[in-house]
Ligand binder design. Structure first.
Ligand code: IMP
Ligand code: MG
Length: 180
């Protein structure tokens, strides 16, 4: 285990089997469709690539990078699009694939944006859900694991662009961000 982690929350094996389980459930809903899988950069990349390999429907792949304006507590804030989709979502069945839902700001705003652009449907799939932190009225349609209010890294998730390549999800030691 990495020295900056307090403990491993989800091992490689736990991630592999739960991601497969959720992806197979989602796949049943899209058998006769041609969904556009939208990954939210960069945290979702590893989850995204593991997830889509269980889909049997003919999928198209796309990515977006977003951030919020200013601090996280701006309730009327809007999403800032750092990298937009290559595909037009009009009439498409979109599957949004995200690493973690925290306050819900990102996904609430993103879902609204995709619907405004004319998506036929928007399904939200998350790897992790910090339920206790929700500030916006949004819930994932599918989620792999509920977690407590701990800062986690690995399997795509970062702290200051570090730890994304760890193959497991670990709880980051408090002293790592307290010493900053
Ligand atoms: P929300 O918009 O408040 O729901 O925040 C979601 C975003 O916050 C995620 O896409 C992550 O980038 C980031 N985030 C929240 N909690 C964590 C964590 O524990 N580890 C790494 N990133 C996190
Ligand atoms: Mg993110």
């Amino acid at each position: 285990m990495h020295k900056d982690c307090e403990r491993i929350l989800f091992s490689e094996e736990q991630l592999r089997s739960r991601v497969a389980e959720v992806a197979k459930e989602v796949d049943k809903l899209y058998k006769d469709k041609n969904p556009l899988c939208v990954g939210i950069l960069k945290g979702s990349i590893i989850f995204y690539s593991d997830f889509i390999r269980h889909l049997t429907a003919p999928v198209a792949l796309d990515f977006m990078a977003v951030s919020s304006y200013g601090g996280g507590s701006v309730s009327s804030g809007k999403l800032r699009i750092k990298k937009d989709l290559d595909n037009d979502v009009k009439g498409r069945d979109v599957i949004v694939i995200e690493d973690i839902i925290d306050s819900g700001f990102t996904l609430a705003n993103l879902k609204q944006l995709l619907l405004e652009r004319g998506a036929n449907s928007v399904l939200i799939v998350t790897l992790l859900n910090k339920k206790g932190r929700r500030e916006y009225d949004i819930a994932p349609d599918f989620n792999c694991f509920d977690i407590e209010n701990e800062f986690v890294v690995g399997y795509g998730l970062d702290y200051s662009e570090r730890y994304r390549a760890l193959p497991y999800i670990g709880i980051l030691k408090h002293e790592v961000y307290e010493n900053k």
